[in-house]
Write a protein that binds this ligand. Sequence first.
Ligand code: PGA
Length: 257
Amino acid sequence: MKKVRKNRVAGNWKMNLNLQEGLSLFSEISNMAKDELRGAQELIICAPLSHLYPLVQLAGKQSPVKIGAQNIHHEAAGAYTGEVSAAQVYSTGATHVIVGHSERRAYFQEDEFILFKKMALALQQGLQPIFCVGETLEQREFGDYLKVITKQLREILEHISPSDFERVILAYEPVWAIGTGLTASPEQAQEVHRHIREQVGSIFDYHLADQCSILYGGSCNKENAKDLFAQKDIDGGLIGGASLKSRDFIEIAKVFN
Ligand code: PGA
């Protein structure tokens, strides 16, 4: 028995599925979770903002699956046409939000200042952030990926209180593995996960580091999840493509049964 930490499997639907498709996929996932999972894992679906409230209504109190957003704006409120705040997301009943995803860093120029504001607002408003870090292929090949990860973690976590950090979920998502079919090997992933846990230990303390869930993301699927999740410091997954198929997503979650 290696872990006392919570195991989590989070789906990131990205900008896929219309509302009806999203509701029906969620129902399938939720029913399969009720029938086939034994409660040893927390399931979260991070859906488009337009789907949050209907999904929360559909989930009701019966569904074992939690609902999260993929993004919030970095200001609390105001004249930001088209944006959605942490408080607005929270008011839908959603419980989680992804912050720092590499697609947001790359396509929406989200730097550490913006990411810190998002983390602070998520935590203030009662949302549980899933904070993502990960290196590009170039950074991996250059050999300084652990430095990159250290920087991404420290520039945010050093400004968060230990009690707030208790609600943070971390995710390691190598950019070169996202949506590419190239998965980090269990050993490659474990090396970085261990490093992340050590960084958390040195920023806060080793008790918090030991409690913190660190998810792996990047072409994680039902074939490779078992070997990845067997690693000592990997506590679950952040799943993109495979979360769009109920059977695949549940098979990944079943690794923890
Ligand atoms: P992927 O995406 O599983 O499709 O690689 C993971 C993610 O971006 O969170």
